[in-house]
Design a protein. Structure first.
Length: 103
């Protein structure tokens, strides 16, 4: 049975504040880092921050076919998706582990 009297509330609050500070530092770090994703064998390169914000897109001239805009759109989507997957991996590696609170 859970006994609330057995918890050290001040210790729990200190742990929560420390975790909050770690999360804020990790988010700031992620916002300043970038990752890239590509598609079409490197014809399209998308750059996103560690928080997933698209900050750059490079399209090679040979990827542009005026008679086939759908393929270009698909390549852009694929490059952005690849970059976002890289950002998620970076975030997982950067974020602090969640501690056991003993509840």
């Amino acid at each position: 049975m859970f006994d609330p009297g057995s918890m050290d509330l001040s210790s729990l609050l200190a742990q929560a504040q420390q975790l909050q500070e770690q999360l804020e530092r990790a988010q700031a770090e992620l916002g300043s880092q970038t990752v890239t994703g590509t598609s079409g064998g490197g014809l399209i390169t998308a750059t996103v921050t560690g928080t997933g914000e698209l900050v750059g897109l490079v399209i090679a001239p040979e990827a542009i076919d005026p008679s086939d805009p759908e393929t270009l759109a698909d390549l852009v989507v694929a490059a952005v998706r690849d970059a976002n997957h890289q950002a998620v991996a970076l975030a997982q590696a950067t974020m602090p582990p969640m501690p056991e609170m003993g509840l």
